[in-house]
Design a protein around this ligand. Structure first.
Ligand SMILES: [Zn+2]
Length: 891
């Protein structure tokens, strides 16, 4: 706030100055009446300790849009918190005038495999390279967004013939901030602490409505509004040929990362795409080094294996990559001693001159202005390369489209078929809609057909592989098999940067059939493209007695929670029940169609992708009224993305909750305010002490957060939590936070003094890791105990996203405790998709445990039941946990 006022006063001064200067014909106010960034912001972007916010950035670009024929700003959607998102198109005035025509050329080159030669020639002559850059999606990586006005101004006003030639050949599509909500949060935080000893400290919480840094793990799932808007640019709207996502990394290694990346690389991506990233990266390194920018490195740390990032467009034939600049402390300069520089991660083993970093940076001051200098040079270099190779890049794009379509016709798999009959039909519907959102053509069979000796029914879904985005379809529909590569023959295996499983059917519990033998014209004659939003709704008359939402569908939980929210009465079936129109399993939700509900039932049915069971005549059934418990969701201030994903999921499913921070425990009467306390995946030391722990070591690391955000649960808060449990509370925990419950625990009794106890469970994952277990995040089969309220509506086996820890072992309980293993890994072949070393160590191990202490219950998950909103097959385990009936008081 403070800085903004200074900015305005500064601006007023500058307007006056500018007038004087303009009058004397100098160029502070720029040529062609185009305002300079310095004039607009009141300081030169990149100045020490100065940041502008999102609104000011857009205000400047709007001025460029109004004053320059080379700049056009377009609204592309909204952020999760409702800010408008924009692209600035920057190119020659003529190209900006012709954007629609040029877009049509892009589309044809990207999607038409058989353009007649005569027409193709004119498309190649007229077409331009569209180069998309998304800046600062990770909002505390401030440099790229802060460089945006300088780059835009330079290109809008340049008279340099070379740059003008680039702009004739290239349309630069700049998303000036991929994450406007986060940008304002980070700038506000920086300004709040500027001038204090916490200047440049980490911003507490996530710099996004929900998912913070994980916003770059959402590009397959497309769960967030901003992700959807960005993905639409390359999947369905503009079809750029080149794309970069601009990031920053830590401060203690190289200064700038350019492509190509390191292994592993995705098997499904065409070799030509890697070659192009190499050409663009080498040119960047050459141009940056020529400008004296040291410390540029490639083929290091980052890989192109997981299709989760913005660079998922590589699977859609876009030459795409990321860059990473070393960070300062936001806008505050830092000084780095030479001995503080090091090499971290694969590809560079020492911080020394090497082929991956031919000119090391020697240390010294590192400032926002340095980052911006690297950003400007790297961006102009990409534009230059795109211009030099304009025609080749356009040819490459169309050739790739031809090649992928041909591959889909001549090599397996040929189709993925999703039968209409599924355990969870709502996830089938979601999967179809997601594939369509990704720019994939999806069909349904208009008649029964058979293929490879299997019968398929009218209505079954078919995704043919003969499509321009074949690589994408194959990647996300198949089972992941990790491409094992070693650094040296027989040496260490090259490990992945992220998780190794994402197969959409498996993660969603949707059955898919891969057709590997042949294409069939007869089969395709029954194809009918799905053009609208896909739903499995039946027409329902208004006069019926009740709707039964089956516990088999994720969506039924959303429907039940929505009904509850709208004030409708919902009952939950205790056991399976037969109705006149069909059977519903135990755990299903019955909502009476009472006249007093008015339009509400209609509203609910309209929102759902799958129709419930409609019951016309009143019947008796064994049900209990649904009661949504009062939920405390524990979120630390340490950029707790998993808690953010949980909030997102609960909001999406209409489940009310209140966020509680670890420091609140000491003063909260948990039993008075809550029925359930939920701990998403968070490190125990952060939860308890507000400090991170060095992995595998005992010592704590003091965080870079201001101290008011680093309060932990501490001993007293933990005692309160255990009292809450003992008196009948429910605790749900997954991932690392389960470590909270493995030590000896304490309850302060009202009159009996304190009680010490240890729950009949422990985490044995460290022992398994010592024996060689390595699991970077893969999909495992879990065998479920089916006669338990936690598994209502679940199949007997389910795929869960497991990251190698924790693994539980239970023991025979003492006193007022009990335990049940609800889910365990199978004896063999537990790995469904992804990578794991020594998976046999997991045979028969427990991964989902129910525990009882006093009148309370705990549910501990060894896997993440909602992993990044992309493990739909296990969502219902969490919902069932939340809805666990209370234990009747014993005395
Ligand atoms: Zn980043």
């Amino acid at each position: 706030m403070k800085i903004k006022q200074t900015g305005r006063i500064g601006q007023a001064m500058l307007v006056f100055l500018c007038f004087l200067v303009w009058a004397s014909q100098t160029d502070l106010c720029a040529s062609n009446d185009i305002e300079t960034p310095e004039h607009h912001f009141g300081f030169k972007p990149g100045s020490d300790r100065m940041l502008f916010d999102y609104e000011d950035l857009i205000a400047y670009l709007q001025k460029l849009d109004a004053s320059s024929s080379r700049v056009k700003l377009a609204d592309i959607g909204k952020s999760p918190m409702g800010k408008r998102l924009y692209i600035a198109f920057i190119s020659s005035g003529e190209n900006i005038q012709n954007l629609d025509t040029l877009r049509a050329i892009n589309r044809r080159l990207a999607l038409e495999p058989d353009i007649p030669e005569s027409e193709k020639e004119s498309l190649l002559n007229e077409g331009k390279v569209f180069f998309l850059a998304t800046l600062s999606m990770h909002a505390d990586e401030v440099g790229p967004a802060q460089s945006a006005p300088l780059i835009a101004y330079d290109l809008a006003t340049t008279t340099d013939p070379q740059k003008k030639e680039w702009l004739d050949n290239v349309v630069y599509m700049m998303v000036p901030s991929h994450n406007p909500d986060g940008m304002d949060m980070v700038v506000n935080h920086y300004n709040k602490y500027k001038g204090t000893k916490y200047e440049g400290s980490s911003m507490p919480g996530v710099y996004h409505k929900y998912i913070g840094h994980d916003n770059n793990r959402d590009f397959l799932t497309l769960s967030q509004e901003d992700t959807k808007a960005i993905a639409r640019i390359y999947s369905r709207d503009w079809f750029p040929q080149v794309m970069v996502e601009k990031h920053q990394m830590g401060s203690r290694s190289m200064r700038y990362f350019v492509p190509p990346v390191h292994d592993p690389i995705a098997e499904n991506i065409d070799a030509g795409l890697w070659n192009w990233t190499g050409i663009i990266g080498s040119n960047m390194m050459t141009d940056m080094t020529k400008q004296g920018l040291a410390g540029v490195a490639h083929h290091y740390l980052f890989d192109d294996y997981a299709p989760l990032y913005t660079t998922i467009c590589m699977w859609k034939n876009v030459i795409s990559f990321l860059t990473e600049a070393a960070s300062a402390k936001d806008a505050t300069p830092i000084y780095i001693e030479e001995n503080e520089l090091g090499a971290y991660g694969k590809g560079l083993s020492e911080y020394k001159k090497s082929i991956n970093m031919p000119l090391p940076w020697p240390g010294g001051w590192w400032k926002l202005s340095d980052i911006i200098a690297y950003e400007i040079t790297s961006t102009l270099s990409i534009i230059k390369t795109a211009s030099l190779h304009r025609r080749d890049i356009l040819i490459f794009r169309n050739e790739l489209c031809r090649k992928e379509v041909r591959k889909g016709k001549t090599s397996p798999p040929y189709y993925y078929i999703l039968p209409l009959q599924q355990h969870d039909a709502s996830e089938l519907a979601n999967l179809v809609n997601l594939l369509k959102e990704h720019g994939t053509a999806v069909y349904r069979l208009s008649q029964n057909r058979s293929l490879e000796g299997r019968a398929f029914n009218k209505g079954d879904i078919v995704i043919p592989l003969a499509q321009p985005f074949r690589a994408f379809i194959k990647e996300v529909m198949e089972v992941q098999k990790y491409p094992i590569r070693h650094y040296t023959p027989g040496g260490e295996i090259i490990k992945p940067y992220d998780v190794t499983s994402w197969s959409l059917p498996l993660h969603r519990g949707v059955k898919a059939v891969e057709i590997a033998n042949a294409r069939s014209e007869e089969f395709e004659s029954a194809f009918e493209e799905i053009t609208d939003v896909f739903a499995l709704r039946k027409d329902v008359s208004d006069k019926f007695w009740a709707a039964v939402f089956t516990a088999r569908n994720n969506e039924s939980f959303r429907a039940a929670f929505l009904c509850q929210k709208l004030g409708m009465k919902v009952d939950r079936l205790q056991k399976a029940a037969k109705f006149d129109s069909g059977e519903a399993p135990g755990g299903s939700f019955v909502v009476r169609n009472d006249p007093e509900h008015g339009e509400k039932m209609e509203q609910v049915l309209k929102e759902m992708k799958v129709s419930p069971l409609i019951v016309n005549e009143p019947v008796e059934f064994d049900g209990t009224p649904l009661r949504i418990p009062r939920i405390a969701l524990v979120e630390t201030y340490f950029h707790d993305a998993d808690a953010g994903w949980t909030r997102f999921l609960f909001d999406t499913f209409n489940l009310p909750y209140r966020v509680v921070h670890p420091g609140d425990f000491e003063k909260t009467d948990l039993a008075k305010d809550f029925d359930v306390v939920i701990f998403p995946d968070a490190e125990k030391s952060i939860l308890m002490k507000g400090k991170e722990k060095v992995r595998g070591e005992e010592q704590y690391v003091i965080s870079s957060y201001p101290p008011e955000f680093t309060r932990g649960i501490e001993k007293k808060g933990m005692e309160r939590l255990m009292t809450f449990l003992n008196k009948g509370g429910l605790i749900i925990s997954w991932g690392q936070s389960t470590a909270l419950f493995m030590d000896s625990l304490e309850i302060k009794g009202d009159k009996d003094g304190k009680e010490e106890f240890q729950l009949p469970v422990r985490d044995i994952s460290q022992r398994l890791r010592n024996s060689g277990l390595y699991c970077p995040g893969s999909l495992f089969q879990l065998k479920l105990k089916t006669d338990h309220p936690l598994t209502l509506g679940m199949p007997g086996e389910v795929g869960v996203l497991f990251e190698g820890r924790p693994v539980f072992a239970t023991s025979i309980p003492d006193f007022d405790m009990d335990r049940r293993v609800i889910g365990k890994f199978p004896e063999s072949n537990g790995l469904l998709s992804g990578y794991c070393e020594k998976e046999d160590l997991l045979a028969n191990r427990a991964s989902l445990v129910w525990l009882k202490k006093g009148n309370g219950q705990l549910v501990l998950f060894g896997f993440n039941p909602i992993f990044r909103a992309s493990s739909q097959s296990s969502y219902r385990l969490l919902f069932n946990a939340i809805l666990l009936p209370q234990i009747a008081a014993e005395d």
